[in-house]
Design a protein around this ligand. Sequence first.
Ligand SMILES: [Cu+2]
Length: 331
Amino acid sequence: MQRLVILKNFLIIASVLLILLTEIVRAEQINMADAPNVPARISRIMPEIVVIKFDAKEFIGPLGDGKDYKFWGFNGKVPGPMIRVRLGDTVEFHLFNDNSNQFPHNIELHAVNGPVGGAAATLVAPGEKKVFQFKTLHPGLYIYHCSSPVPNIPMHIANGMYGLILVEPKHGLSRVDHEFYIFQSEFFAQPSADKGVLEFSLEKGMSEKPDYIVFNGKSGALMEENVLRAKAGDKVRIYFGNIGPNSSSSLHIMGEIFDQVYLEGALNGITNKNVQTTLVPSGGATIVEFKVDIPGNYLLVDHSISRINKGAVGMLTVIGEEVNEVFRTLD
Ligand SMILES: [Cu+2]
């Protein structure tokens, strides 16, 4: 009889441990996604510990005009993955600095309450790892970026070390048909010693004259085979970040009106309705929602419109039935 009780207790403890382990693994797997994808909405009602692992990586990749650039990024992507957690979650953040890198990196998350948003706690040399944890106290959409001082902060930001972290409110966000992650940034380019590969120009950065202003890390990231897609009648939500590093963005979709804008990315804050263009400061974010009514191609731009020629243009392609009452061409 006593053995049975011990066995029963053992099975209960083992089951609880298995559930906890599964929860931790699940949290690690579903809380990140690469642009333009967004991690799945959070349905759990209790806060938990979420483990996030980032790898700082210096790499070469396409930027625009058929040219490659010496990027620095998180997890080999520019922008880095979008992180999605819930208010009250404790984020255990692991930052690795890849062995092949030359420079120390760190991460400063605007969602953090604490010194420099975690930047000092995570400053890490190549081949090493730093871990810190923070509790999410404010719901909203926040920027994260590297702010390593070696050789200088602007270089780390301008080279691609940034992304978004969403802290969902207690009761989550409403269901929509599509969620997209879009990030605007500037690049200041000059030829490097490697033939045909561009690299950061501090001089251009200091004069705030970017050669490229792009969505999701390169010209054309949201064009041609990479356009965003929806059906007429769908409700779309865009999580939009702008790092600059210097300029603000005038986010606009040609032929759409935002039904709702969560001003400055604040959740449980102020929302505005029926908005044509919303201003997103450097180091800021916004969430916009809109229903697409009419099929067609919709250009997403920074309405400081010369920037289209520098790469700041994407497309949302909507398929479905025409609604003549709302829009039609007359001969
Ligand atoms: Cu860095």
